[in-house]
Design a binder for this molecule. Structure first.
Ligand code: OAD
Ligand code: ZN
Length: 335
């Protein structure tokens, strides 16, 4: 298997290993899907312990900080969801009251998930493009959490960041594309639903901003941004998880309900000896139903929790400097 200079296995070799069947299985499905996830896990859920060691270790946030600070862990895999972008002003999906799925009256759709369903999109693409207008890159800015992840990368501690978010804020924070897996796609590119030609997402910004459904310049078919809808396959890069989650020595999970598959099952794909830190408002996924003794759950507001971790790491000043530099760059771009 080919290794890139950072020791990560190349996407090509994973694809060759996994083959077409794996790709077909990795389609998006949500809580309405009615089944438990396809199993991406290693080891049986529900059992406790650290690797083969039966001794129970209870880790704390401070311990996780120490593992990072001393570089005892330096192949950190991160999983994030909409909860990391709420401090940037973007509503998440499932928070009661504030979440997008409780506030879709203005979108004129029969039920919340219809906004990401192909069948409904072909019937009426307008509601999706109303959401697209809101989320098109440039409107919102990364917050402390995104910049904390960027700092992890700058310190060469980040193996990969898996995001479900389609707001592009991980890219905007300066994390390079090679370190990202945008599991539910992005607005960076778009595909004609008829002739399947691919276009840069920017080509359709003016249409989306003017509330026009974008059309293919070649065949006039409706052009859909490359956001993964329910039932669609995830991007090929998602297969990087096969190697990343085996190589990881720390898993951070931030701001996600872990309700949507196959993304959610990745949380169980690290070996049992690998500590998992959840930073979220509530206890979710395996942290709730099959916790491991090496799990740490830091519950509450994501920014406060990240600031606490950064403080324990002694990175507060460095993070502030990074945010100031990067905010200056974004201000410059806006002018
Ligand atoms: P959800 O809305 O399902 O979950 C967001 C989680 O973040 C919840 O557990 C919230 O409690 C938590 N949260 C929100 N704001 C927070 C804050 N300030 N501090 C701490 N926690 C906070 O969002 P996702 O898990 O990302 O699909 O949803 C997964 C997928 O469902 C999305 O990618 C989307 C949707 O269908 C597509 O876009 C294709
Ligand atoms: Zn076309």
């Amino acid at each position: 298997m080919a290794l890139d200079p950072l020791g990560a296995v190349s996407l090509q070799s994973i694809m060759a290993l996994s083959g077409r069947l794996a790709l077909a299985a990795l389609r998006l499905w949500g809580p309405g899907g009615g089944r438990r996830p396809i199993s991406l896990s290693v080891g049986a859920p529900g059992s406790f312990g650290c690797g083969g060691n039966s001794e129970k270790v209870k880790l704390s946030l401070k311990d996780v900080a120490e593992l990072l600070r001393t570089r005892a862990c330096r192949r950190v895999v991160v999983m994030v969801g909409a909860g990391i972008s709420t401090p940037s002003g973007i509503p998440d999906f499932r928070s009661p009251g504030s979440g997008l799925y409780s506030n879709l009256q203005q979108y004129d759709i029969p039920y919340p998930e219809a906004i990401f369903e192909l069948g409904f999109f072909f019937h009426n693409p307008k509601p999706f493009f109303t959401l697209a207008k809101e989320l098109y890159p440039g409107r919102y800015r990364p917050n402390v959490t995104h910049y904390f992840l960027r700092l992890l990368h700058d310190k060469e501690l980040l193996l990969r960041l898996y995001t479900q978010n389609i707001d592009g804020l991980e890219r905007a924070s300066g994390i390079p594309a090679s370190k990202l897996v945008e599991a539910h796609g992005s607005f960076a590119s778009a595909t004609c639903t008829v002739c399947r030609r691919s276009f840069p997402g920017e080509d359709f910004r003016a249409d989306v901003m003017a509330d026009r459904v974008p059309c293919c310049p070649v065949c006039t078919g409706v052009v859909k941004p490359d956001i993964v809808f329910f039932g669609e396959p995830l991007p090929a890069r998602f297969l990087l998880h096969v190697a990343d989650f085996s190589l990881a020595d720390l898993l951070l999970i931030l701001g996600t309900s872990l309700e949507v598959e196959p993304f959610a099952s990745l949380s169980e794909a690290v070996p049992k000896s690998v500590p998992r830190l959840l930073i979220n408002r509530d206890l979710v996924g395996p942290f709730a139903y099959s916790p491991r003794s090496t799990d740490v759950a830091q519950l509450g507001d994501v920014v406060q929790s990240v600031e606490r971790l950064v403080d324990l790491l002694g990175w507060t000043q460095e993070l502030q400097d990074l945010i100031q530099r990067e905010t200056g760059k974004l201000d410059g771009q806006d002018r």
